[in-house]
Each structure stands twice: as structure tokens, then as C-alpha cells.
Design a binder for this molecule. Structure first.
Ligand code: GLU
Length: 289
């Protein structure tokens, strides 16, 4: 990277001016491409990733607003933009990111097995998961909610799910919450939330439950079909999953998140994605446990 920069400094500078004059490139992934691997302490994950110029990131591929695979094959959404901000602080632009689909059930496994370097995937921070992985963040606070057909007037909160068929995803906190606190609901478990939409349309299930913002994405994608009912009934702080024990990497990501809260990049990422549909939240408090 150093060589390339030395050789093309003048060219890059003029290209940057042209880009700036044209209103710029709003891709967060390109912002900090001049980070050098040598800025990071040798042997750290940051140094290794910056040196390689590549990072593999786990995200969702079927969740509008947060992580949805676009026709190009690349995912788009708020999680994706947060991940790009972190990668850019390692000197890695969009070209150096390999996106890997993670489902709710395989995130810990993928982090432990090294299939991904980090996970940004509507991933709730909780103590049970902290036994297996670590989390930077949170960078957003969601809450569990319920999606039903627009004409449904029987279900208005989780208590109404007793005896009803409720679709949700294996390995998710909403599935665990249903088992623990609403055992009278009949759970219909699948791999990804989008698998629940057709059964809901067809009346094979009565409701889909997961985080409010994921459900809002489905409402936005399928106008006049579905509605959210009741108030969110859990707290789901979204964190960036990293391999357990990599405290330097976790702390680096926490620094990046806090900077992005302060310098407007987090807000820009929000406004270009989930913020097109959802209200802008307050920036959360990073938890450096
Ligand atoms: N935030 C919840 C979780 O991490 C639900 C969304 C998801 O499954 O990704 O389990």
C-alpha cells in the first residue's frame, strides 16, 4: 500500500479533488483507505487484517434495512455500512471485504471457526453469547416485536400468542424469549426470517416474531400486507461479534464506533439505510465490559 501511495500520490490527490468537486463518494468503505498496517501493534488482528488488505465479514442477506443481498450480490443496509466503517479504519475499502451470509444460529460457530473475522448481523449482545464470543458496541438498540397480517385483529401483544402458530428463527434471542416466557405459543422455527413471510401470508402461521426493525424492513418491502402490533417487549442491543478473548480488536472496534457516533459517519450510515424508514435513534452507550 505504501509503494502504491508513493508512486501515485499526485494522481490520487487530483482524483480526490475531482471526486470532491463532484459531490464525493458517499461510500463509507472508501473513507480511510490511507490507513497503514504499521499503525497497529504487530501481531494484533488489526495489523494482520490491515496487512492483508482483506477482511471477511458475516452479515444477514435477507433482512431489508440492515443486511439484504442486492442484485449485485453485495449486501446493503445499516449493518453493512457499520461494517464498512470498521473496515475502512483498517485501510480496507469495499473491494477488500468478503461478505459471508451468517444466520442467527451459526454466528458463534463462524467466529469460533475463523470463517469470519467479525459479525455485524442484528446480533444481540447477551451474557450467554459472551461465553462463546465477544462483542463491541452496541451500535443500535432494537426490541422484540410481532408481525401479523394487516387484517389480523386478534393479536396485539405477546400474551395473545398462546395457542397460536408463531414463526421465528432457530438460534435467535426472540426464539429463546418465546420458549422462556411464552411457552404456550406453538413455535415454528426456521433458518432465516424471510422464510416466515410466505407461511404468514398463507395463514399457515399467525405471527412472525423478532426484532422490531427487522419486521419494519419486511413491512417496507411488502406494502399493505403486514403490520407490527404492540410495543417492543425486550431489549436487543446490537453488537459487533468478534472471536472470544480478542480484547484488542474489540477495543479497537469500540473506538471506531465511538468516533463514528461523534463525527457523523454513524448518522450518515443510518440515514442512507434504515433511516429511510425508521426514526433516527440516539447514539447508544458503548459497553466496554
Ligand atoms: N437480535 C436478535 C438476535 O441476535 C434477533 C435477530 C437475529 O436473529 O439476528 O438473536
Amino acid at each position: 500500500m505504501r509503494m502504491r501511495y508513493t508512486a501515485f500520490t499526485a494522481l490520487m490527490a487530483s482524483a480526490a479533488l475531482v471526486l470532491a468537486a463532484c459531490g464525493g463518494d458517499d461510500d463509507a468503505g472508501e473513507q480511510d483507505a490511507d490507513v497503514e498496517a504499521s499503525e497497529f501493534e504487530e501481531g494484533t488482528t488489526m495489523a494482520q487484517l490491515a496487512e492483508a488488505g482483506e477482511i471477511t465479514i458475516g452479515t444477514k442477506f435477507d433482512q431489508p434495512l440492515f443486511g439484504l443481498q442486492a442484485p449485485s450480490g453485495e449486501p446493503v443496509g445499516f449493518d453493512v455500512e457499520i461494517a464498512k466503517i470498521i473496515a475502512s479504519e483498517l485501510g480496507i475499502g469495499s473491494d477488500g471485504i468478503e461478505w459471508r451470509e451468517t444466520t442467527s444460529a451459526n454466528r458463534e460457530e463462524f467466529l469460533k471457526g475463523g470463517q469470519v473475522d467479525m459479525v455485524v448481523a442484528t446480533y444481540t449482545i447477551n451474557d450467554e453469547r459472551k461465553q462463546e464470543v465477544d462483542f463491541a458496541g452496541p451500535y443500535y438498540n432494537a426490541g422484540q416485536s410481532i408481525l401479523v397480517l394487516e387484517e389480523n385483529d386478534e393479536i396485539s401483544g405477546p400474551e395473545d400468542l398462546a395457542g397460536k402458530d408463531v414463526c421465528t428463527v432457530e438460534g435467535s434471542t426472540p426464539a429463546q424469549n418465546m420458549r422462556d416466557n411464552y411457552p404456550e405459543a406453538n413455535l415454528d422455527l426456521t433458518d432465516t426470517y424471510s422464510n416466515c413471510l410466505e407461511p404468514l401470508r398463507q395463514g399457515q402461521v399467525d405471527a412472525l416474531t423478532t426484532d422490531n426493525v427487522i419486521l419494519s424492513g419486511f413491512i417496507d418491502q411488502n406494502p399493505d400486507e403486514f403490520k407490527l402490533v404492540g410495543e417492543p417487549f425486550t431489549e436487543e442491543p446490537y453488537g459487533v461479534g468478534v472471536p472470544k478473548g480478542d480484547d484488542e480488536f474489540r477495543s479497537f472496534i469500540n473506538d471506531v464506533l465511538e468516533e463514528s457516533f461523534d463525527d457523523g459517519r454513524w448518522l450518515e450510515a443510518w440515514e442512507n439505510t434504515a433511516g429511510e424508514v425508521l426514526e433516527t435513534p440516539e447514539t447508544p452507550e458503548v459497553d466496554r465490559y
